[in-house]
Design a protein around this ligand. Structure first.
Ligand SMILES: Cc1ncc(COP(=O)(O)O)c(C=O)c1O
Length: 393
C-alpha cells in the first residue's frame, strides 16, 4: 500500500505528536485508531459505536484475558464460573485456570453441525450454579475448532438466555471475515435489533488482525468493543490496561490499515480487492474439499465448515489402539495424531486439547494449505487410517 500510505491521513496515524512508533501510546490505544475502529463497527452493524468503548490490545488473547480478569470475585460467598463451549479454543480454558475461575462446559451438538442448543446451555448453567455463581458466557462465532456460524435465531435465544441468568456475553468474533457459507451477524447488532431490554445488556466482542483476510498474527494487534459497562467495571478495566502500558504501536498502525482498507478510486484498491477475493474464494474451496474428502474416508465424519479456517473431523479409533494409547500414557487421539505425524509427516492437533464428548475422538486441521498439498495430505491421511485400523482391529 506504498502509494496510499503517503496520504496525509495515513501519515498522521503514526507521526502525530511523538513522531515515532517507538513511543508509548495511551493504554487503550491511539485515539485515531480507536476512532477508526468505531467507524468500522458502525459501518459493519449500522449501529452507532463509540471510540470510548474500544480497547486495543496485543491480539484478541490479551483483551480476552483482561476481560476475564474482571470476574474473579466471589459473589454471595460462591466462587465465580464462566460458561465456555466444548470443543473450544484453549485460550479460554487456560485463562480460566490461570485466573482461578471455574469452567462450566456446554457441549456443542456435533449431530447438528455443532449447533449451540438452548437446553444444553440451561443444563450447564443449572449444574454449575449448584456450587458456583455463573457470571459470564463465552460464545465463539464462527467457531474454532468447529467451524460453525450461528444463525440469527440461535443468537437471539442465546441473548435471551444470558439476560434471564444475568450473564455477561463475551463474543469471540475473530473469524467474522472468514465466512464461507452462512452470513455472520455480530452479537452487538442482534442485541440492538432485539430492542429493550436486550439492547441495554453489557457485551464485549473481539476482533483481531490475526484472522480475516489480513491474517497478520505476528503483529499482535486486535481490539475489544466493550459496551454498556457499569462505571466501576469500566474503571477496573482501565486500571488493568494502564498497568499493562500499551499494545505495540506498530501493531496499532497495522490494525488501522485493516480497519480502513483501500477503497475504490485509491491506487491500491484494484490489487487489494483482487487479493481479498482470491483469499476468500480459496478458503471456500478448501472448506468444501476438506468436508468432502474427510467424509469419504471410512471411519471419518466431518461437519460442514461454514466459517473460520479449520476442519474438525471425528475419527473412529479401535479399542485396541485406545488400550495401546493408555499403555503409552497418552489420550487415544494424541496417540493417533503422533502416529500420523511419525508415519506421514502430517501435523494436526488432537481433539482432547479443545475438549470433546467422552468416547469421541477428533483432530483439528487447518484448511489453509495450497490445493495440491492438501490433496497430498488427504491421501496420506486416508492411507494411514486404513493401515492404523488394520493394525489395531
Ligand atoms: C477463537 C480464537 N479467539 C482468539 C484467538 C486469539 O487471536 P490473537 O492472535 O488475536 O490473540 C484465536 C487465535 O487463534 C482464536 O482462534
Amino acid at each position: 500500500m506504498a502509494n496510499d500510505f503517503s496520504s496525509a491521513d495515513k501519515k498522521r496515524t503514526c507521526t502525530r505528536r511523538k513522531g515515532s512508533v517507538g513511543a508509548y501510546s495511551p493504554s487503550a490505544g491511539l485515539t485515531l485508531v480507536r476512532r477508526r475502529v468505531a467507524q468500522f463497527l458502525a459501518a459493519r452493524d449500522g449501529v452507532p459505536a463509540s471510540p470510548d468503548d474500544v480497547y486495543l490490545g496485543a491480539g484478541a488473547s490479551d483483551l480476552i484475558k483482561a476481560l476475564l480478569g474482571l470476574f474473579v470475585q466471589h459473589v454471595d460467598g460462591k466462587p465465580p464460573a464462566v460458561m465456555i463451549p466444548i470443543p473450544q479454543y484453549p485460550l479460554f480454558s487456560g485463562t480460566l485456570s490461570e485466573l482461578g475461575l471455574r469452567q462450566a462446559n456446554y457441549y456443542l451438538d456435533e449431530e447438528h453441525d455443532w449447533a449451540l442448543q438452548l437446553q444444553e446451555l440451561e443444563r450447564s448453567w443449572r449444574e454449575a450454579s449448584q456450587e458456583s455463581h455463573v457470571r459470564a458466557l463465552v460464545v465463539i462465532n464462527p467457531g474454532n475448532p468447529t467451524g460453525q456460524v450461528l444463525t440469527r435465531d440461535n443468537m437471539q435465544e442465546i441473548i435471551k438466555f444470558a439476560y434471564e441468568h444475568q450473564l455477561f456475553i463475551l463474543a469471540d468474533e475473530v473469524y467474522q471475515e472468514n465466512i464461507i457459507s452462512k452470513p455472520f451477524h455480530s452479537f452487538k447488532k442482534v442485541m440492538h435489533e432485539m430492542g429493550a431490554p436486550y439492547s441495554s445488556m453489557e457485551l464485549a466482542s473481539f476482533v483481531t488482525c490475526s484472522k480475516g483476510w489480513a491474517a497478520e498474527c505476528g503483529l499482535r494487534a486486535g481490539f475489544m468493543e466493550a459496551v454498556r459497562l457499569q462505571e466501576g467495571v469500566r474503571a477496573a478495566l482501565e486500571a488493568a490496561r494502564a498497568v499493562a502500558q500499551c499494545p505495540s504501536v506498530l501493531g496499532q498502525c497495522a490494525l488501522d490499515c485493516v480497519m480502513k482498507p483501500p477503497v475504490a478510486g485509491e491506487p491500491s484498491y484494484p490489487r487489494f480487492s483482487q487479493e481479498k477475493r482470491a483469499t476468500l474464494r480459496a478458503l471456500g474451496e478448501r472448506a468444501r474439499t476438506a468436508h468432502r474428502e474427510f467424509n469419504s474416508i471410512p471411519g471419518y465424519s466431518c461437519n460442514i465448515i461454514d466459517g473460520s479456517m479449520f476442519a474438525f473431523p471425528r475419527v473412529e479409533i479401535p479399542e485396541r489402539a485406545q488400550r495401546a494409547a493408555a499403555d503409552a500414557g497418552l489420550q487415544p487421539d494424541e496417540f493417533y495424531c503422533l502416529r500420523l505425524l511419525e508415519e506421514t509427516g502430517v501435523c494436526v492437533v488432537p481433539g482432547s486439547g479443545f475438549g470433546q464428548r467422552a468416547g469421541s475422538f477428533h483432530f483439528r486441521s487447518t484448511i489453509l494449505h495450497p490445493a495440491d498439498e492438501f490433496q497430498h495430505m488427504m491421501d496420506s491421511v486416508r492411507r494411514f487410517h486404513a493401515s492404523f485400523t488394520r493394525q489395531y482391529s
